[in-house]
Design a protein around this ligand. Structure first.
Ligand code: ADP
Ligand code: MG
Length: 354
């Protein structure tokens, strides 16, 4: 089998906006690089204002680029000298607020982008897509009669119906309830995968990113800090910024020992080969909430200073003897009071240091 073709590649892209005072520029996206293969789902993850929506608008063709280039199927669609118009790019977009047409019913919304077909064909195709997103019974309803989750599926069906090469999704779940988000993330991934659709979504929610995407890029100030599979982002962050952004963790001081070990307040850990540094050197070691296990019989004690009930577990904030605070997920039948000292031990198997 041939390996899948690269569908989208973004090379050294920079996008500037005029600054508010009108005298200069602000750089919204800087030296951005990423690529997606046919059928792959990518995600840009970053806090508000880091440039996520700007990237999607540039891929669609709504925003020109000031440097670098965007290629779709090896063809340059954006560069400082080339700008293929949006309707010639075969890219579908699902906007953050869904942007459904309020005066069209669900079927007509989905049929909207199918201009190349005659009327009966358009409606037949739209009906097929409604079936795929399980909304056949809502064909005649208007957008305001639907729940948020249903509106989102209509928006997705509308974007997919013209069979674009690439679908872009801007914070697709941000206006929905937490419970709905989790279920829809899984459904969305299945829908995209079953139809072999290549997609790039942007979000500020790491759980959403991890639930849907094959490849995730952590974005900060217009740049991608690390573009990787979720497992590697979590376990092998390439920078302090990524380590801080992903997961619950803190950095604690460690001293490098002989035999590739590092000593921290909680015990000794093995260092990776490539992290081997001089003995006696002080380094920062990342300790995540899932690296700490509660054990009533452990001699190592920590004081509960804060706790958050999460259903299956508590997220405890614990204070060590030195005053350093760490996090721990503890099964929720271990309901300890604030101020109480509880036994813990360390179970980190690979160590992240900076
Ligand atoms: P995100 O989607 O990650 O929240 P955006 O791409 O919307 O970020 O914005 C990135 C930066 O560009 C922000 O500083 C924002 O204020 C600025 N920006 C976005 N759109 C415009 C615009 N049309 N004109 C000027 N500045 C803009
Ligand atoms: Mg945005």
């Amino acid at each position: 089998m041939n390996s899948p073709q690269t569908l989208l590649s973004i090379k050294h892209v920079e996008i500037n906006y005029p600054s508010q005072d009108g005298n200069g520029w602000i750089t919204a996206v800087k030296d951005l690089d990423l690529s997606l293969k046919q059928g792959e789902i990518g995600c840009l993850l970053g806090s508000s204002g880091c440039g996520k929506s700007t990237v999607l608008r540039a891929i669609c063709g709504f925003e020109p680029v000031n440097a670098g280039e965007i290629l779709l199927r090896d063809k340059v669609v954006s560069s400082p000298t080339i700008h293929i118009p949006p309707n010639q790019r075969r890219v579908g977009m699902v906007f953050q607020d869904f942007a459904l047409f309020p005066h069209l019913n669900v079927l007509e919304n989905v049929a909207f982008g199918l201009q190349h077909y005659n009327a009966p064909q358009r409606l037949a195709l739209a009906a097929q897509w409604l079936k795929r997103v399980s909304l056949t019974d809502k064909a005649n309803a208007y957008p305001h009669e639907l729940s948020g989750g249903q509106q989102q599926r209509v928006a997705l069906a509308r974007a997919m119906a013209p069979e674009p090469d690439l679908i872009l999704l801007d914070e697709p779940f941000s206006s929905l309830d937490i419970e709905l988000r989790e279920r829809l993330s899984t459904e969305m991934r299945e829908l995209l995968k079953n139809n072999n659709i290549t997609a790039l979504l942007v979000t500020h929610d790491q759980f959403e990113a991890f639930a849907i995407a094959d490849q995730v890029g952590v974005m900060a100030k217009g740049k991608v800090s690390q573009w990787d599979i979720p497992y590697e982002l979590y376990h092998k962050p390439n920078s302090r910024y990524v380590a801080d952004f992903i997961g619950r963790g803190v950095f604690v001081k460690g001293i490098v020992q002989a035999d590739q070990k590092v000593k921290i307040e909680l015990g000794e850990l093995s260092l990776d080969q490539d992290h081997a540094t001089q003995v006696g050197k002080e380094i920062d070691v990342l300790i995540r909430a899932d690296d700490i296990v509660h054990d009533d019989h452990s001699p190592m004690q920590a004081e509960v200073v804060q706790k958050t009930f999460r259903g299956a577990d508590f997220l405890y904030t614990l204070k060590l003897a030195s005053g350093t605070q760490i996090f721990a997920f503890v099964p929720s039948h271990h309901d300890h009071a604030i101020g109480e000292k509880i036994g813990i031990h360390l179970v980190a198997d690979h160590v992240v240091t900076f």
